[in-house]
Design a protein around this ligand. Sequence first.
Ligand SMILES: N[C@@H](CCC(=O)N[C@@H](CS)C(=O)NCC(=O)O)C(=O)O
Length: 344
Amino acid sequence: MKMLKSTLAIVSAAAVLGVSGFAQAGATLDAVQKKGFVQCGVSDGLPGFSVPDATGKIVGIDADYCRAVAAAVFGDATKVKFSQLNAKERFTALQSGEIDILSRNTTMTSSRDSGMGLKFPGFITYYDGIGFLVNSKTLGVKSAKELDGATICIQAGTTTELNVSDYFRGNGLKYTPITFDTSDESAKSLESGRCDVLTSDKSQLYAQRSKLATPNDYTVLPETISKEPLGPVVRNGDDEWLAIVRWTGYAMLNAEEAGITSKNVEAEAKGTKNPDVARLLGTDGEYGKDLKVKKDWVVQIVKQVGNYGEVFEKNLGKDTPLAIDRGLNALWNNGGIQYAPPVR
Ligand SMILES: N[C@@H](CCC(=O)N[C@@H](CS)C(=O)NCC(=O)O)C(=O)O
């Protein structure tokens, strides 16, 4: 009887874990291969990160990350379906198994990485930080320190809520928060003057500003008040899937560092004399096999999606409406902190 009870306890615990989305090692890759696509959770619409273009295709660095994972798994970057999620919905969608990866401008924090049945593979798609966007014509402030008494638009379910509260308390300033479920609602409220300030990750402030009717009237204040390392998230307990998602990003960074681009990757795969490049591109060794992906996984990622720098420039760089500098997101040997462990 005692044994039966404990067996029942284990079975019901397993059922609960199943329901709450803890994955078993290998389960996600198996399921993805069976259905033939990666289900990717992205934002509701954030230029540069994930937003539908005129044809309805979701474009942006977060969407491309999922395409790169599909290129690694299937050799085909188009084998992705997207779920558009707001900040409040995103973690439940991953926990419940509705999506395979969350790639939605999500900050890695200890509580999200440990207390929620989720894991950040650790690849940081974009090093960000919270800032403030103001209408420089109507609110003549040059620094966040001058925001005492301001009404501030914030998105619910984000790290922004807590970080802004810390900043104002820490600096002895008062503010009135107005929270919204979507960033479009926040942006509209800034435009209508309902709030004096819009706060969010700085990359998103540039993205939001690019969508306003008169972007040049708005300024991002110089302060960055928090660390917001944004990256993909997977369910806890499936190390195999976590490794694929993690090494997809590292492969893209290593390709950039080695000068491998979407244009030259095939020629390099055939003709390289550089041992690092030969390993990275699967000409030498079986590094894809360890990850349970094909030998040419990196060739497919870079050919079909691009190296990290190409993806950054295409979605966020100087030729886009966002015109964001590489800054912290430059490679470690070029003034930034993007540093990938080697494929070997
Ligand atoms: N990085 C922060 C903020 C993420 C976030 O959701 N930001 C909003 C503010 S711009 C957003 O992405 N909105 C787009 C949407 O509603 O889909 C976090 O992980 O909590």
